[in-house]
Design a protein around this ligand. Sequence first.
Ligand SMILES: Cc1ncc(COP(=O)(O)O)c(C=O)c1O
Length: 408
Amino acid sequence: MPTTETSSPYLKLDEVPHMPIIYLDNGATSFPKPDQVYRFMDTFYRNYGVNPGRSGFDLCLEAGSLVDETRKLLCQFLGGKDSNRLVFGYNSTDVLNLAIFGLIKAGDHVVTTHVEHNATLRPLWKLEHSGVEVDWVDFDALGWVDPQEIIGLLRPNTRAVVMNHGSNVIGTVQDVAAVGKVCRERGILLIVDISQTAGMVPVKLDDLGADVLCFTGHKSLMGPMGIGGMYVREGVEIELTRAGGTGVKSAQRNHLDEYPWHMEYGTPNLPGIAGLNAGVKWVEKHGIDAIHRHEMALWHRLRDGLKAIPGVTLYCAEDVPGRQRISVLSFNVDGLEALDTGTMLDVDHNIACRTGLHCTPMVHEHLGTDKLHGTVRFSIGAFNTEAHIDAAIAGVREIAEMQMNKKK
Ligand SMILES: Cc1ncc(COP(=O)(O)O)c(C=O)c1O
């Protein structure tokens, strides 16, 4: 059947921002951003760049309105009910720290997984030294964690399950909902790291059965760096690990109990919030399903192209019916360290990717790629095209052939 316009999996974009390199490192941060993100940040900050919520003059009220509007936008985006429970932080590392240290105490038991990022691992490792017991669940040969394994480890003193939704190395989207259902029945907190999935696949609080959703603004939500946040389910009270100015009830000696201020400290990142506002609107305009379809069509093209190259090893790159993935793909050229492959892709092919452990040491221990100093990771974004993917495949083929010839 001929490919018709409507059957094309690719996005139709009115405006494509300038990409100075073949950028395949969107898992680290999406780049470039939609033009409207740059434009809105610039215009808003020039015209309303005053401290929101601190004073009563018009500009200040406008700035405050944008913050409120963005809370509402993200609250709705994540399926929350009360936009005051959507709190802003710097990034997901920041809010994961607030949630983990504010909810888990000595004597508690926690279950987590080997797919976690250091943003989760390091707070949990720190807690392990102060009387918190942590159980770790591994992933299978294709990259999925079995929810039943997590459920099997829950105990009467389990305070929380802390788990990643989408892996930044192997791209598997975990079945958080199956864990969430049991957590809700047993009154166990579920803290979910949605850094890689927010803006990439639909994420709704109730569908996942989550209590806290931690996001970062600069990846698939298309915002700038330095802005992130979390949605905290009503009734979940996070103990304060910080305190300071909020611009509200300034005579009060203790930090505010009311949300959103309870979880916010000091002057917010107004230009970041403006950029995130425009980024989320861009995602909504194009549709999360359409963006994901675009990226996954390119991912399959990339996966199949790399799979056909002798001397290339892919990690957890098989599809499993009924399971979801995000558009990241890890591989190595046999006999080469990841960093060397990445350097050749950059210098000889003008391709940007990420190499190393990607802040997920346990994933690499499981894959055995820790001994190779990690993997090369391509991560696809909304502005990538078939031509970018074909250039990446050609680049890797050339490197693999050179490596083969060296061995002969
Ligand atoms: C799965 C996952 N969690 C957490 C983070 C941390 O995000 P940020 O550096 O924006 O805090 C990342 C970033 O790469 C990630 O991929």
